[in-house]
Design a protein around this ligand. Structure first.
Ligand SMILES: C[S@@+](CC[C@H](N)C(=O)[O-])C[C@H]1O[C@@H](n2cnc3c(N)ncnc32)[C@H](O)[C@@H]1O
Length: 457
């Protein structure tokens, strides 16, 4: 018997060669297509029915899916700058929301297809995700707008054969009941409901337990908000994630009398600002391997009077070249998978592969080993990541400490000092694990960070 809750794609896929492309320019304008691409009337009519915000969001999601850009950069590019403030806001909500919920949205849509295993063309999937996201997660969007503009996006992207299916799926979704009360939910079920790949959630369950893994997933689905971890904020404090600031605060408090400080992976400079503000008497050198990122960091830091004396250098920390002398405090905030930052960087989950952790760990070991060559006797180095994965955290530190020359200093005392001095607004004892800092999204507020203090012997 035909299940009429299932929707089929009108026709098997036979795309016209050179299927129409929708390109939002500065103000969401449409780029002219070559005459050779065939008739355009229906494409242009479709584009005219789409609001600039949805057009820009569609374009950005397409580029992110093709690995041609990062959502954050694309949302701050000329294509979005030309939009009205309301349209910019909606574009951001659509892009970040779809990236956060993509896995769950795809599962809901698949459940409504006649052939759930069928692979949909990417523009069709994006139009469906955008429509489903608006219907399920955005309260102030009228259902008819979400629905009809997804259909038009599909047509405008050169997929007219799929418009009937998109319309029918979204209609069913709009009419569907909300999911009922969950009595017991498997890890696979909550991973899908909360838009995460199952394999990464299973790793978190193994590392932190089921309840914490669920909290991490829930936190990843929220837009980051201003934290409450620190007593002092606003004024000339930079706007930054609490977990990230805590790493900077720990580094500064690990060596309060430091004279020479090296922030060896500094861009975009959030923790450099914390070091400069806390260690007023120290010479602070901020370096990064990327000249472009360092230039942006320098421009950012120049807006803060207390960062005036920070010196900048392009340097590969793994080579320990490009900066002179020894330092009594080094912050080594290495590049990582970023699994602790998925609330603000939702697409990480779609690109991540398990092999990535070993590759990152190798690079992190090289950077930490290089940076340690510049640590003065008795000096301290803080190694940190925004990863939740042991390979990039404990694994790297164990390997480097095992090679000799440095010992671990438990972070407990430094955190207690921060609480005593009134820097922290509350108790953070639960964020210490085996002598290292381990903050978890949804548990401690802010992103998930790891930090350990090492001392040169
Ligand atoms: C996690 S980010 C640092 C964030 C920064 N500490 C902050 O709080 O704003 C890592 C940085 O390391 C830089 N990087 C990557 N490899 C490097 C290397 N071999 N030497 C120095 N910097 C490196 C990247 O360009 C990136 O800017």
């Amino acid at each position: 018997m035909k299940d009429d809750s299932k929707v089929g794609v009108g026709k098997p896929k036979h795309l016209k060669p050179g299927g129409a492309k929708v390109v939002a320019g500065k103000a969401g304008a449409v780029r002219k297509r070559p005459a050779s691409a065939g008739p355009t009337a229906s494409v242009e009519a479709a584009v005219a029915k789409i609001t600039p915000a949805r057009l820009a969001a569609f374009e950005i999601l397409k580029l992110v899916g093709e690995n041609k850009g990062h959502s954050d950069e694309l949302l701050h590019s000329a294509r979005v700058d030309g939009l009205s403030p309301e349209d910019r806001h909606l574009t951001t909500a659509l892009v970040m929301g779809v990236l956060r919920w993509q896995i769950a949205l795809d599962a809901r849509v698949r459940g409504l297809l006649q052939r759930p295993e069928q692979r949909l063309a990417e523009p069709v999937s994006i139009a469906l995700r955008m429509g489903a996201f608006q219907l399920l997660h955005l309260e102030r969007i009228p259902a008819h707008a979400a629905l009809s503009e997804s259909v038009e996006l599909c047509r405008a992207a050169g997929e007219p054969h799929a418009t009937g299916m998109v319309n029918a799926v979204l209609r069913k979704l709009a009419a569907a009941q909300k999911p009922g009360v969950r009595i017991h939910e498997s890890v696979a079920a909550f991973a899908e409901r909360l838009g995460h790949p199952r394999w990464i959630v299973e790793r978190w369950v193994a590392a932190y337990g089921r309840d914490v893994a669920l909290k991490i997933c829930e936190a990843d689905q929220q837009e980051p908000v201003e934290g409450t971890m620190f007593a002092e904020r606003g004024g000339d404090w930079p706007v930054m994630d609490d977990g990230s600031r805590l790493v900077g605060e720990i580094a500064a408090a690990a060596m309060p009398g430091a004279k020479r400080v090296w922030d060896c992976c500094a861009a975009p400079g959030g923790k450099t600002l914390v070091l400069a503000k806390r260690l007023g008497g120290a010479e602070v050198v901020a370096s990064d391997v990327s000249a472009k990122r360092l230039a942006q960091t320098e421009a950012r830091l120049r807006r803060y009077a207390y960062a005036e004396r920070v010196e900048f250098a392009v340097a590969d920390a793994a080579q320990a070249k490009g900066v002179a002398g020894e330092f009594d405090l080094i912050l080594c905030d290495v590049p990582c998978s970023g699994t602790g930052t998925m609330a603000g960087n939702p697409e990480i989950r779609h690109r991540l592969k398990v092999e990535e952790f070993a590759r990152q760990a190798e690079r992190q070991r090289a950077i930490l080993t290089g940076a340690l060559k510049r640590l003065a006797p008795g000096g301290r180095l803080v190694y940190s990541t925004c990863s939740l994965e042991a390979e990039e955290c404990e694994g790297v530190v164990d390997a480097v400490v095992g090679a000799g020359g440095v010992v671990r200093v438990p972070v407990d005392g430094v955190i207690a000092q921060l609480a005593e001095n009134g820097v922290l607004s509350g108790e953070m004892g639960s964020a210490v694990r085996d002598g290292a800092l381990r903050t978890l999204p949804g548990v401690h507020g802010g992103d998930g960070f790891y930090a350990v203090i090492l001392e040169r012997v």
